[in-house]
Write a protein that binds this ligand. Structure first.
Ligand code: AHR
Length: 499
């Protein structure tokens, strides 16, 4: 089957935003302890951070990193995580039925972020706590000095404020599983009060209100309406969270990008409804701050129970297939396609917990399949996202019917003189012949064409990555007189760079 695409720099969606390539570090399972932090590991630096993980984080091309949760934040006392490490309290983490030794807190996270070259994105606890504690954390983090909490930070070894710009006003407060779960009006008022007060400290913060935990929440839509009615003038972004799972129907799984696309369109409608009712000229946008493949029903997510409160247990350690990586690549394509309204996104999460980077305690750090499309998209998407015209054969799987088999986006960077096409063939069965009209790009040649696919789409990587399936050269790509043709195998992700 053939798919036709027209690529022309005259038709744009918006800028490629570095913040689209964010990730997430939560105090959950082995994300922090034995993930980013493992003093005593042969690769640990003087602060106890694993340099192998730092290197992979840089290679992944992560921009912002959200911290410290997730569900964890809704029971978190940030003060527990600052000051001399041997005096920090050991606490129960109710969200994940674990014990947190508090050896990593905001100062360590800020130090780690600087080493990783990422922008920290901080979440405040609006579950068990409120406006005052959020203000305290903001003062501790961002005021340079001369106040009680900023001087406390200086005493703890950080002379300058961290200048953290992005702040999440709680996490998934629509979810009954959330500590301090609230209805939309209760949350909306608390978020508004907190945002207003935080802006008295720093007017230019970028604040994220909690949106829905997913499109299947009964309250989705109404939650956005009520929360934004309370907070519209006070926040910049509303969050979206969505996870995708392979329930055994590969074709349905491969249509995940289509379901994310529908979710984004719905959220945009809900935001713009409130904007219109308020007759506002301000534009609230989306922070898609949790997204990934998460095989939740396979049980890797089961938290300990009873009297068992382990430190850094193995939790949510999904192993990803090549098909999952194709889905992750497609989800990134989808986020880029909506760059006009999705202004920030975080792959959940970064290390060990539903993550592209895995570690063995005391041992190796290795890349999951999902690492590759993320790293390549982050590295090469730049400039402007182009609006493509796409004509594609359709596929149907499970609950998702008549979806374009081709998911594609292109970016164009006049400064680099480069256009990049990112394309997924969502068909579980058939190869696609891509036929792209590219005359608008002028005279270009193929700089690099990589495809990620495998005979067995269920292949998974492991700690021994000497035999890994890696993105490989797609020898079929040809450019001839304003026309590009390429073969895209079934279940594949591709990147074609033109200059
Ligand atoms: O990312 C794992 C969990 O998923 C987060 O803690 C929570 O916000 C979401 O439900």
């Amino acid at each position: 089957a053939a798919a036709k695409v027209t690529i022309d720099p005259a038709f744009t969606v918006g800028p490629v935003r570095r913040r689209t390539f964010g990730a997430f570090v939560e105090h959950l399972g082995r994300c922090v302890y034995t993930g980013i932090y493992e003093p005593g590991h042969p690769a640990a630096d003087e602060d106890g951070f694993r340099t192998d993980v730092l290197e992979l984080t840089r290679e992944l091309g992560v921009s912002t990193v959200r911290y410290p949760g997730g569900n964890f934040v809704s029971g978190y006392r940030w003060e527990d995580g600052v000051g001399p490490k041997d005096q920090r309290p050991v606490r129960l983490d109710l969200a994940w039925h674990s014990t947190d030794p508090n050896q990593v807190g905001v100062d360590e996270f800020a130090a780690w972020s600087a080493k990783a070259g990422v922008e920290p994105m901080m979440a405040v606890n609006l579950g068990t706590r409120g406006t005052q504690e959020a203000l305290d954390l903001l003062e501790y983090c961002n005021i340079d000095g001369g106040t009680s909490l900023s001087d406390q930070r200086r005493g703890n070894g950080a002379p300058n404020g961290y200048g953290i710009t992005m702040w999440c006003l709680g996490n998934e407060m629509d979810g009954p599983w959330q500590i301090g779960h609230k209805n939309a009006l209760e949350y909306g008022r608390l978020a508004a009060d907190t945002a207003r007060a935080m802006r008295m400290v720093e007017p230019d913060l970028e604040l994220v209100a909690c949106g829905s935990s997913g499109p299947t929440m009964d309250t989705f839509g109404e939650w956005e309406r009520v929360v934004l009615t309370e907070t519209y003038d006070l926040v910049d972004l509303i969050s979206a969270h969505q996870y995708f799972e392979d329930f055994g129907d590969l074709q349905e799984h491969l249509c995940a990008g289509h379901r994310m696309d529908a979710f984004i369109r719905d959220i945009v409608s809900h935001i713009d409804h409130v904007k219109s009712v308020k007759k506002s000229t301000k534009q609230v946008n989306i922070s898609f701050d949790e997204w990934n493949v998460w095989h939740m029903s396979r049980g890797e997510s089961k938290a300990p129970s009873g009297k068992d409160w382990p430190v850094a247990p193995v939790l949510l350690e999904d192993t990803y297939t090549v098909a999952d990586a194709v889905v992750v690549g497609d989800l990134l394509i989808t986020l880029l396609k909506h760059t006009d309204r999705v202004h920030s996104a975080s792959l959940a999460q970064l290390v060990n917990v539903i993550a592209p980077i895995m570690t063995e305690p005391g041992g190796r750090a290795w890349k999951q399949t999902t690492f590759h499309p993320f790293a390549l998209t982050s590295k090469h998407a730049s400039g402007t996202v182009l609006q493509l015209a796409v004509e594609s054969p359709l596929v149907s799987g499970g609950t998702t019917a008549d979806v374009a088999a081709l998911s594609a986006v292109a970016t164009f960077d006049p400064d680099k003189g480069e256009a990049v096409i990112f394309a997924v063939n969502r068909s579980a069965e058939n190869a696609l012949a891509l036929d792209a009209a590219i005359a608008g790009l002028g005279a270009v040649r193929v700089v690099e064409a990589l495809t990620y696919a495998n005979k067995d789409p269920y292949w998974q990587a492991g700690a021994d990555d000497s035999t890994s399936v890696l993105p490989s050269d797609n020898g079929s790509v040809k450019v001839d007189g304003g026309r590009l043709t390429a073969g895209l195998p079934a279940v594949s992700w591709s990147m074609i760079r033109l200059a």
